[in-house]
Design a protein around this ligand. Sequence first.
Ligand SMILES: [Zn+2]
Length: 120
Amino acid sequence: MKRCSRCQAELEASETFSVGDALLCEDCYLERMAQPKACDPWAVYSAKKTAEHYGELTPVQQRILDLLAAEGPLPAAALRTRLDLTETEFRNQFATLRHMEKARACKQGDQVCYTLFAAD
Ligand SMILES: [Zn+2]
């Protein structure tokens, strides 16, 4: 059994995400992808704080969920094109959705896709 190189969780093949040489679980993968800059912990902190304390979706987050509900799972490139988001915007918005347990990453073959949290 492989293990996440960050949190050491055991990894199922369908939940294994590689970033460079590292193998990561879905949680750590999204956390990693959402880091806007290595030296900017406040952006990550405020995304978590907002999700935990307010639980309100922004219009962009609602559009991501609507699109995933209608057509998901979708890869990031398709979501960003359809919703006209930059990569950074998408990652940060998605990290908040993940913290709220509204949406998550999944694997379709070798491709990383995004789907509703409750969807299989
Ligand atoms: Zn992990």
